[in-house]
Design a protein around this ligand. Sequence first.
Ligand SMILES: [Zn+2]
Length: 416
Amino acid sequence: ARRLLTRPGPSATADFSAADATDVLATLHNDVRVLVVGAGGLGCELLKDLALAGFGRLDVIDMDTIDVSNLNRQFLFRAADVGKPKAAVAAAYIRARVPGLTVTPHVGDLTRRPPEWYAQFNLIVAGLDSIDARRWLNATLVSLVAVDPDTGEVDRSGLIPWIDGGSEGLMGQARVILPRLSACFECTLSMFDTPKTYPLCTLANTPRLPEHCVEYAHVVEYPRAAPFGAGVAFDADNPNHLTWLTDAAAARAAAFHIPGVTRRLAAGVVKHIVPAVASTNAVIAAACAVEAWKLATCAAGPLRNYVMVNGTAGVYSYTYETERRGDCEVCGGGGVPRTELLDALAAEPALRTRSPVLRVAATGALVWAAEGPPALVEATRGNAGKRVDALLERGGELIVTDRAMGGARTVVVTWP
Ligand SMILES: [Zn+2]
Protein backbone atom coordinates (compact mmCIF):
# COMPACT_ATOMS: atom_id res chain seq x y z
CA ALA A 1 0.00 0.00 0.00
CA ARG A 2 2.80 2.40 0.87
CA ARG A 3 4.53 1.82 -2.45
CA LEU A 4 1.36 2.59 -4.37
CA LEU A 5 0.98 5.82 -2.46
CA THR A 6 4.55 7.09 -2.74
CA ARG A 7 4.66 7.43 -6.50
CA PRO A 8 2.44 9.40 -8.80
CA GLY A 9 1.16 7.52 -11.80
CA PRO A 10 -1.01 8.05 -14.83
CA SER A 11 -4.01 6.61 -12.99
CA ALA A 12 -3.80 8.93 -10.01
CA THR A 13 -6.59 11.45 -9.66
CA ALA A 14 -6.07 15.22 -9.51
CA ASP A 15 -6.45 15.09 -5.72
CA PHE A 16 -3.55 12.68 -5.31
CA SER A 17 -0.22 13.78 -3.91
CA ALA A 18 2.61 11.28 -3.56
CA ALA A 19 4.22 13.28 -0.78
CA ASP A 20 1.24 12.62 1.45
CA ALA A 21 1.69 8.84 1.60
CA THR A 22 2.35 8.69 5.33
CA ASP A 23 -0.56 11.00 6.04
CA VAL A 24 -2.85 9.04 3.77
CA LEU A 25 -2.00 5.76 5.45
CA ALA A 26 -2.51 7.34 8.86
CA THR A 27 -5.86 8.72 7.74
CA LEU A 28 -6.83 5.32 6.40
CA HIS A 29 -5.91 3.74 9.70
CA ASN A 30 -7.28 6.33 12.11
CA ASP A 31 -10.01 8.37 10.49
CA VAL A 32 -11.78 6.74 7.57
CA ARG A 33 -14.78 4.87 8.91
CA VAL A 34 -15.99 2.06 6.71
CA LEU A 35 -19.22 0.19 7.27
CA VAL A 36 -19.31 -3.35 5.91
CA VAL A 37 -22.90 -4.38 5.37
CA GLY A 38 -23.30 -8.13 5.65
CA ALA A 39 -20.91 -10.61 7.27
CA GLY A 40 -21.67 -13.57 5.03
CA GLY A 41 -19.71 -14.97 2.10
CA LEU A 42 -18.86 -11.54 0.68
CA GLY A 43 -18.68 -9.87 4.08
CA CYS A 44 -15.94 -12.21 5.38
CA GLU A 45 -13.87 -11.51 2.28
CA LEU A 46 -14.52 -7.76 2.48
CA LEU A 47 -13.50 -7.51 6.13
CA LYS A 48 -10.29 -9.43 5.46
CA ASP A 49 -9.43 -7.37 2.36
CA LEU A 50 -10.18 -4.00 3.95
CA ALA A 51 -8.29 -4.81 7.15
CA LEU A 52 -5.21 -5.96 5.24
CA ALA A 53 -5.41 -2.93 2.92
CA GLY A 54 -4.88 -0.57 5.84
CA PHE A 55 -8.38 0.50 6.83
CA GLY A 56 -8.24 0.77 10.61
CA ARG A 57 -11.81 1.62 11.60
CA LEU A 58 -14.29 -0.96 10.43
CA ASP A 59 -17.87 -1.53 11.47
CA VAL A 60 -19.87 -4.53 10.38
CA ILE A 61 -23.60 -5.09 10.53
CA ASP A 62 -25.42 -8.40 10.08
CA MET A 63 -28.51 -9.88 11.67
CA ASP A 64 -27.77 -13.56 10.99
CA THR A 65 -26.28 -16.27 13.14
CA ILE A 66 -23.72 -18.76 11.86
CA ASP A 67 -25.05 -21.95 10.31
CA VAL A 68 -22.97 -25.07 9.78
CA SER A 69 -23.56 -24.73 6.01
CA ASN A 70 -21.71 -21.37 6.05
CA LEU A 71 -18.41 -22.85 7.16
CA ASN A 72 -17.18 -23.97 3.73
CA ARG A 73 -16.72 -20.40 2.52
CA GLN A 74 -17.31 -17.96 5.37
CA PHE A 75 -13.78 -18.49 6.57
CA LEU A 76 -13.85 -16.22 9.62
CA PHE A 77 -16.11 -18.79 11.31
CA ARG A 78 -15.31 -22.17 12.90
CA ALA A 79 -17.50 -25.09 13.92
CA ALA A 80 -17.51 -23.85 17.51
CA ASP A 81 -19.07 -20.57 16.30
CA VAL A 82 -22.25 -22.18 14.95
CA GLY A 83 -25.25 -20.38 16.43
CA LYS A 84 -23.34 -17.21 17.30
CA PRO A 85 -23.97 -13.86 15.56
CA LYS A 86 -21.94 -13.47 12.37
CA ALA A 87 -21.07 -9.81 12.91
CA ALA A 88 -19.64 -10.38 16.39
CA VAL A 89 -17.58 -13.45 15.47
CA ALA A 90 -16.26 -11.85 12.27
CA ALA A 91 -15.24 -8.67 14.10
CA ALA A 92 -13.46 -10.63 16.84
CA TYR A 93 -11.60 -12.71 14.26
CA ILE A 94 -10.36 -9.66 12.33
CA ARG A 95 -9.29 -7.89 15.54
CA ALA A 96 -7.28 -10.94 16.59
CA ARG A 97 -5.74 -11.45 13.16
CA VAL A 98 -4.83 -7.82 12.35
CA PRO A 99 -3.82 -6.09 15.59
CA GLY A 100 -4.39 -2.39 16.07
CA LEU A 101 -7.73 -2.22 14.28
CA THR A 102 -11.03 -1.06 15.66
CA VAL A 103 -13.68 -3.46 14.39
CA THR A 104 -17.13 -2.83 15.79
CA PRO A 105 -19.91 -5.37 15.27
CA HIS A 106 -23.58 -4.46 15.05
CA VAL A 107 -25.92 -7.41 15.38
CA GLY A 108 -29.28 -6.56 13.89
CA ASP A 109 -31.38 -5.60 10.93
CA LEU A 110 -29.83 -2.88 8.78
CA THR A 111 -33.27 -1.48 7.95
CA ARG A 112 -33.88 -0.70 11.62
CA ARG A 113 -31.10 1.88 11.71
CA PRO A 114 -32.00 5.52 11.07
CA PRO A 115 -30.30 7.52 8.30
CA GLU A 116 -28.29 9.42 10.96
CA TRP A 117 -26.65 6.17 11.95
CA TYR A 118 -25.35 5.67 8.42
CA ALA A 119 -24.20 9.29 8.25
CA GLN A 120 -21.33 8.59 10.66
CA PHE A 121 -19.48 6.52 8.04
CA ASN A 122 -17.23 7.74 5.22
CA LEU A 123 -17.66 4.70 3.00
CA ILE A 124 -20.14 1.87 2.82
CA VAL A 125 -19.19 -1.47 1.32
CA ALA A 126 -22.01 -3.95 1.04
CA GLY A 127 -22.13 -7.66 0.39
CA LEU A 128 -25.84 -8.34 0.60
CA ASP A 129 -27.84 -11.22 -0.80
CA SER A 130 -31.14 -9.38 -1.00
CA ILE A 131 -32.44 -6.88 -3.53
CA ASP A 132 -34.89 -5.48 -0.98
CA ALA A 133 -32.10 -4.73 1.49
CA ARG A 134 -30.14 -2.97 -1.26
CA ARG A 135 -33.17 -0.88 -2.22
CA TRP A 136 -33.60 0.14 1.38
CA LEU A 137 -29.93 1.06 1.77
CA ASN A 138 -30.06 2.94 -1.52
CA ALA A 139 -33.03 5.06 -0.49
CA THR A 140 -31.37 5.82 2.84
CA LEU A 141 -28.06 6.91 1.31
CA VAL A 142 -29.79 9.02 -1.35
CA SER A 143 -31.87 10.71 1.36
CA LEU A 144 -28.68 11.86 3.09
CA VAL A 145 -27.69 13.97 0.07
CA ALA A 146 -29.53 17.28 -0.10
CA VAL A 147 -30.36 18.87 -3.45
CA ASP A 148 -31.17 22.52 -3.99
CA PRO A 149 -34.71 22.43 -5.43
CA ASP A 150 -34.11 25.50 -7.61
CA THR A 151 -30.69 24.90 -9.04
CA GLY A 152 -30.53 21.11 -8.79
CA GLU A 153 -27.13 21.48 -7.17
CA VAL A 154 -26.05 18.51 -5.06
CA ASP A 155 -24.73 19.18 -1.57
CA ARG A 156 -21.83 16.74 -1.42
CA SER A 157 -21.29 17.08 2.31
CA GLY A 158 -23.82 14.33 2.99
CA LEU A 159 -22.62 12.05 0.23
CA ILE A 160 -21.38 8.62 1.30
CA PRO A 161 -19.96 6.52 -1.53
CA TRP A 162 -21.43 3.05 -1.61
CA ILE A 163 -19.57 0.13 -3.11
CA ASP A 164 -21.89 -2.77 -3.70
CA GLY A 165 -20.86 -6.33 -4.42
CA GLY A 166 -23.09 -9.23 -5.30
CA SER A 167 -22.57 -12.81 -6.34
CA GLU A 168 -24.73 -15.61 -7.61
CA GLY A 169 -23.01 -18.89 -8.32
CA LEU A 170 -20.22 -18.25 -10.83
CA MET A 171 -21.44 -14.75 -11.65
CA GLY A 172 -20.86 -11.57 -9.72
CA GLN A 173 -20.84 -7.83 -9.96
CA ALA A 174 -19.29 -4.86 -8.23
CA ARG A 175 -20.37 -1.26 -8.58
CA VAL A 176 -19.65 2.19 -7.23
CA ILE A 177 -22.67 4.32 -6.40
CA LEU A 178 -22.26 8.01 -5.62
CA PRO A 179 -25.78 8.84 -4.46
CA ARG A 180 -27.39 11.58 -6.59
CA LEU A 181 -24.26 11.86 -8.74
CA SER A 182 -24.20 8.48 -10.44
CA ALA A 183 -26.83 5.87 -11.19
CA CYS A 184 -28.38 4.66 -7.96
CA PHE A 185 -29.50 1.09 -7.30
CA GLU A 186 -33.09 1.99 -8.14
CA CYS A 187 -32.06 3.57 -11.46
CA THR A 188 -30.90 0.15 -12.63
CA LEU A 189 -33.39 -2.09 -10.87
CA SER A 190 -34.58 -3.50 -14.19
CA MET A 191 -31.19 -5.22 -14.60
CA PHE A 192 -32.15 -7.73 -11.96
CA ASP A 193 -34.14 -10.72 -13.09
CA THR A 194 -37.06 -12.11 -11.25
CA PRO A 195 -36.42 -15.73 -10.17
CA LYS A 196 -36.04 -18.14 -13.05
CA THR A 197 -39.22 -19.79 -14.24
CA TYR A 198 -39.74 -22.40 -16.91
CA PRO A 199 -42.42 -22.30 -19.61
CA LEU A 200 -45.29 -24.55 -18.56
CA CYS A 201 -45.42 -26.25 -21.96
CA THR A 202 -41.81 -27.37 -21.51
CA LEU A 203 -42.57 -28.67 -18.04
CA ALA A 204 -45.67 -30.53 -19.22
CA ASN A 205 -44.59 -31.88 -22.61
CA THR A 206 -40.87 -31.80 -23.18
CA PRO A 207 -38.97 -31.92 -19.89
CA ARG A 208 -35.22 -32.22 -20.49
CA LEU A 209 -33.69 -31.27 -17.15
CA PRO A 210 -34.18 -32.62 -13.63
CA GLU A 211 -35.21 -29.06 -12.70
CA HIS A 212 -38.13 -29.32 -15.15
CA CYS A 213 -39.37 -32.45 -13.32
CA VAL A 214 -39.10 -30.78 -9.92
CA GLU A 215 -40.91 -27.69 -11.12
CA TYR A 216 -43.66 -29.80 -12.73
CA ALA A 217 -44.17 -31.75 -9.51
CA HIS A 218 -44.24 -28.46 -7.64
CA VAL A 219 -46.62 -26.38 -9.77
CA VAL A 220 -48.80 -29.08 -11.39
CA GLU A 221 -48.77 -32.35 -9.45
CA TYR A 222 -48.75 -30.99 -5.91
CA PRO A 223 -51.96 -28.92 -6.23
CA ARG A 224 -53.63 -31.79 -8.12
CA ALA A 225 -52.65 -34.51 -5.64
CA ALA A 226 -53.00 -32.37 -2.49
CA PRO A 227 -50.98 -34.99 -0.56
CA PHE A 228 -51.24 -33.14 2.75
CA GLY A 229 -54.91 -32.22 2.49
CA ALA A 230 -56.88 -29.86 0.28
CA GLY A 231 -55.69 -26.28 0.48
CA VAL A 232 -52.40 -27.05 2.27
CA ALA A 233 -49.83 -24.92 0.48
CA PHE A 234 -46.47 -26.40 -0.41
CA ASP A 235 -43.87 -25.53 2.21
CA ALA A 236 -40.27 -25.94 1.06
CA ASP A 237 -39.09 -25.89 4.68
CA ASN A 238 -41.33 -28.82 5.65
CA PRO A 239 -39.27 -32.06 5.37
CA ASN A 240 -42.38 -34.15 4.55
CA HIS A 241 -43.36 -31.83 1.74
CA LEU A 242 -39.84 -31.95 0.36
CA THR A 243 -39.80 -35.76 0.50
CA TRP A 244 -43.10 -35.94 -1.38
CA LEU A 245 -41.80 -33.48 -3.98
CA THR A 246 -38.53 -35.36 -4.47
CA ASP A 247 -40.36 -38.67 -4.96
CA ALA A 248 -42.86 -37.16 -7.40
CA ALA A 249 -40.11 -35.45 -9.38
CA ALA A 250 -38.00 -38.63 -9.42
CA ALA A 251 -40.94 -40.66 -10.76
CA ARG A 252 -41.51 -38.17 -13.55
CA ALA A 253 -37.79 -38.00 -14.32
CA ALA A 254 -37.67 -41.80 -14.56
CA ALA A 255 -40.56 -41.76 -17.06
CA PHE A 256 -38.62 -39.33 -19.27
CA HIS A 257 -35.24 -41.00 -18.65
CA ILE A 258 -33.80 -37.87 -17.04
CA PRO A 259 -31.12 -38.46 -14.40
CA GLY A 260 -30.18 -36.17 -11.54
CA VAL A 261 -33.24 -35.57 -9.34
CA THR A 262 -32.11 -35.37 -5.73
CA ARG A 263 -33.62 -33.94 -2.58
CA ARG A 264 -30.97 -31.24 -2.54
CA LEU A 265 -31.72 -30.26 -6.14
CA ALA A 266 -35.46 -30.22 -5.42
CA ALA A 267 -34.95 -27.90 -2.46
CA GLY A 268 -32.72 -25.65 -4.56
CA VAL A 269 -35.29 -25.38 -7.35
CA VAL A 270 -38.31 -24.58 -5.20
CA LYS A 271 -36.37 -22.18 -2.98
CA HIS A 272 -34.58 -20.64 -6.00
CA ILE A 273 -31.23 -21.38 -4.39
CA VAL A 274 -28.11 -20.76 -6.44
CA PRO A 275 -25.09 -22.37 -4.81
CA ALA A 276 -22.58 -19.88 -3.42
CA VAL A 277 -19.11 -20.13 -4.93
CA ALA A 278 -16.25 -19.05 -2.67
CA SER A 279 -13.96 -17.95 -5.49
CA THR A 280 -16.64 -15.68 -6.99
CA ASN A 281 -17.00 -14.01 -3.61
CA ALA A 282 -13.22 -13.58 -3.41
CA VAL A 283 -13.04 -11.91 -6.84
CA ILE A 284 -15.96 -9.58 -6.19
CA ALA A 285 -14.85 -8.63 -2.68
CA ALA A 286 -11.36 -7.86 -3.98
CA ALA A 287 -12.81 -5.54 -6.62
CA CYS A 288 -14.94 -3.80 -3.98
CA ALA A 289 -12.05 -3.42 -1.54
CA VAL A 290 -9.83 -1.91 -4.23
CA GLU A 291 -12.57 0.60 -5.07
CA ALA A 292 -12.88 1.54 -1.40
CA TRP A 293 -9.13 2.00 -1.21
CA LYS A 294 -9.04 4.14 -4.35
CA LEU A 295 -11.87 6.35 -3.13
CA ALA A 296 -10.15 6.82 0.23
CA THR A 297 -6.65 7.51 -1.15
CA CYS A 298 -7.31 9.13 -4.57
CA ALA A 299 -4.47 6.91 -5.85
CA ALA A 300 -6.55 6.07 -8.92
CA GLY A 301 -9.92 6.98 -10.34
CA PRO A 302 -12.92 4.94 -9.28
CA LEU A 303 -14.67 2.29 -11.30
CA ARG A 304 -17.22 3.87 -13.64
CA ASN A 305 -19.29 2.35 -12.42
CA TYR A 306 -20.25 -1.30 -12.84
CA VAL A 307 -18.21 -4.43 -13.48
CA MET A 308 -19.59 -7.89 -13.96
CA VAL A 309 -17.65 -11.13 -13.83
CA ASN A 310 -19.04 -14.27 -15.38
CA GLY A 311 -17.28 -17.55 -14.75
CA THR A 312 -19.89 -19.88 -16.19
CA ALA A 313 -17.98 -20.38 -19.45
CA GLY A 314 -14.35 -19.42 -19.03
CA VAL A 315 -13.85 -16.11 -17.29
CA TYR A 316 -15.52 -13.11 -18.81
CA SER A 317 -15.53 -9.62 -17.40
CA TYR A 318 -17.18 -6.47 -18.64
CA THR A 319 -17.18 -2.92 -17.31
CA TYR A 320 -19.70 -0.29 -18.23
CA GLU A 321 -21.30 2.87 -16.93
CA THR A 322 -24.86 2.56 -15.75
CA GLU A 323 -26.77 5.80 -16.21
CA ARG A 324 -29.03 7.79 -13.94
CA ARG A 325 -32.69 7.67 -14.80
CA GLY A 326 -34.16 11.16 -14.81
CA ASP A 327 -37.45 9.79 -13.53
CA CYS A 328 -35.90 7.50 -10.91
CA GLU A 329 -38.31 7.30 -7.97
CA VAL A 330 -35.42 7.56 -5.51
CA CYS A 331 -32.73 9.85 -6.92
CA GLY A 332 -34.46 11.45 -9.90
CA GLY A 333 -36.36 14.66 -10.46
CA GLY A 334 -34.31 14.86 -12.51
CA GLY A 335 -34.28 15.34 -16.16
CA VAL A 336 -31.09 16.22 -17.95
CA PRO A 337 -28.99 19.14 -16.78
CA ARG A 338 -29.05 22.22 -18.99
CA THR A 339 -25.49 21.74 -20.18
CA GLU A 340 -26.53 18.35 -21.51
CA LEU A 341 -29.34 20.03 -23.44
CA LEU A 342 -26.92 22.49 -25.06
CA ASP A 343 -24.50 19.65 -25.79
CA ALA A 344 -27.30 17.60 -27.29
CA LEU A 345 -28.40 20.46 -29.55
CA ALA A 346 -24.81 21.06 -30.64
CA ALA A 347 -24.33 17.37 -31.38
CA GLU A 348 -27.60 16.91 -33.26
CA PRO A 349 -26.63 16.60 -36.96
CA ALA A 350 -29.70 18.54 -38.16
CA LEU A 351 -28.93 21.49 -35.84
CA ARG A 352 -25.25 21.77 -34.91
CA THR A 353 -25.90 24.87 -32.84
CA ARG A 354 -23.04 27.02 -31.61
CA SER A 355 -24.62 30.02 -29.92
CA PRO A 356 -28.27 29.11 -29.66
CA VAL A 357 -31.23 31.13 -28.48
CA LEU A 358 -33.92 28.90 -27.01
CA ARG A 359 -37.59 29.64 -26.41
CA VAL A 360 -40.38 27.44 -25.12
CA ALA A 361 -42.76 27.08 -28.08
CA ALA A 362 -45.92 26.89 -25.97
CA THR A 363 -45.29 30.03 -23.91
CA GLY A 364 -42.65 31.94 -25.81
CA ALA A 365 -40.58 32.07 -22.62
CA LEU A 366 -36.91 32.70 -23.23
CA VAL A 367 -34.84 29.83 -21.81
CA TRP A 368 -31.38 30.58 -23.06
CA ALA A 369 -29.66 33.27 -25.08
CA ALA A 370 -26.05 32.51 -25.86
CA GLU A 371 -25.80 35.80 -27.73
CA GLY A 372 -27.87 38.87 -28.50
CA PRO A 373 -28.65 41.99 -26.47
CA PRO A 374 -26.65 41.86 -23.21
CA ALA A 375 -29.81 42.29 -21.14
CA LEU A 376 -31.32 39.15 -22.69
CA VAL A 377 -28.15 37.13 -22.32
CA GLU A 378 -27.92 38.24 -18.71
CA ALA A 379 -31.58 37.46 -18.04
CA THR A 380 -31.15 33.80 -18.99
CA ARG A 381 -27.94 33.25 -17.00
CA GLY A 382 -30.07 32.27 -14.02
CA ASN A 383 -31.19 29.19 -15.92
CA ALA A 384 -27.62 27.93 -16.20
CA GLY A 385 -27.76 25.54 -13.25
CA LYS A 386 -31.37 24.49 -13.74
CA ARG A 387 -32.51 21.19 -14.99
CA VAL A 388 -34.50 20.96 -18.16
CA ASP A 389 -37.62 19.74 -16.43
CA ALA A 390 -37.72 22.99 -14.46
CA LEU A 391 -38.03 24.89 -17.74
CA LEU A 392 -39.92 22.61 -20.06
CA GLU A 393 -42.37 19.73 -19.99
CA ARG A 394 -41.00 16.42 -21.13
CA GLY A 395 -41.83 16.10 -24.82
CA GLY A 396 -42.29 19.88 -25.00
CA GLU A 397 -41.27 21.92 -28.02
CA LEU A 398 -38.38 24.30 -28.02
CA ILE A 399 -37.81 26.93 -30.71
CA VAL A 400 -34.13 27.00 -31.51
CA THR A 401 -32.45 29.80 -33.42
CA ASP A 402 -28.78 29.98 -34.12
CA ARG A 403 -26.67 31.93 -36.56
CA ALA A 404 -24.92 28.73 -37.59
CA MET A 405 -28.27 27.22 -38.61
CA GLY A 406 -29.87 30.23 -40.26
CA GLY A 407 -33.56 30.44 -39.36
CA ALA A 408 -35.49 28.83 -36.53
CA ARG A 409 -36.25 25.17 -35.92
CA THR A 410 -38.72 23.56 -33.61
CA VAL A 411 -37.23 20.77 -31.53
CA VAL A 412 -39.08 18.28 -29.37
CA VAL A 413 -37.14 17.79 -26.15
CA THR A 414 -37.50 14.62 -24.18
CA TRP A 415 -35.41 12.62 -21.77
CA PRO A 416 -35.40 9.12 -20.33
ZN1 LIG B 1 -31.80 6.55 -9.09
